[in-house]
Design a binder for this molecule. Sequence first.
Ligand SMILES: [Zn+2]
Length: 409
Amino acid sequence: MIKENDRLDQEFIRLALGINEHLPGYVDSYFGPAEWSQAAQQAGKLPLTELTQRVDQLAGEVSKLDNWDAQRRDFLIHQIGAMQMTLRLLAGETVSLIEEAQALYNIQPAWKDEAYFIEYQKWLDESLPKAGSLRERLEGWQKSIEIPIETTRELLPFVVGTLREWAHKKFRFPEDDSFMVEFVSDQPWMAYNHYLGEYKSRIEINSDLPMQVHGLVITIAHEGYPGHHTELCLKESRLVRQMDYHEHLLTLINSPWCVIAEGIATSALETLLTDEELEDFYREEILPRAGMTHLDVKTILGISRAERKMRELWGNAAFMLHDQKKSKQEIVSYLQKYELSTEQEADRAIQFMSGPLDRSYIFTYTAGYDLLEELFSIADRNKYFRRLLEEPVTPGQIREWIKNESVSD
Ligand SMILES: [Zn+2]
């Protein structure tokens, strides 16, 4: 006899694997019983009407459970709500990007006024070496801090080992964790973490894109320690093994969980180290090993932060591409003007947000980062970062924490 709990979370997994047959890549990682994924593959593309009916039924049953932990139930309800939207999109329904992002990610993205980006351009104008247009100056700067792929490979064991030690000290997770790193080509992203289960991951780094001297540390913090890999190790340890919450045997690429995952990953490095510690680490360890001690760390990190803010323009580009139906050329010009990107980078941005799984994914980075920063500005960063790493959390749950922490002040 299957317990009621198990019946529902197993149905959730079967449905996710069923949708994955229509939308390969939808299940981002799966480390449950092999029979379940084999059964889904053998069944192939079940009719969308059947999947929809089963997902609706599951949504109804889960919302009625009153003996479940409230946070667990809330998380599952939102994951199932995202599945319902995915099925509507698969059935060919057209919805606005905002409606899609609300249902898939439990967030409400908005168009960002160009004045925001112009402010960062002004800041760059004051900070970058002079001579040439602002875009030429930024490009020149980026080239001047690039490292060759051989240097990246040489730095890798040191960076992974150091961040691992610090992350373990701060967040305590299974000692037998590890990941392998592979260099790949022809991908729209910079790096990707594939969680394999049993505290193991495979991290891919795109070797087509230039790596800047500070970039490897950011990448390993984001994908590994204490970012994606660490989160999934802790969730497997606590939610799957200790609590038997089987819904965490897989991750879905289009679900509210993504906002939490990208929030954790984009704030991972600044949670691990203070600004001062990070500057020292680059100055004393990374720059000498890369043979680039002539560079000023504060300038590197300042410009890097501005570039990260300007990357938020990709959200506007997604609105232009999907809602406003602007031409590719118009979007490329827009990105060149406000993000100061090259034509190649702008093309890559459009490629990134063109896939069926990635239409609105771009919003998860900023939404996740901003939500966590708001929380950390009024509450204990380490305490909540740990909760995010090992509890089922939705963006709505973080908004609730923010409300409670503001009241208690
Ligand atoms: Zn990520």
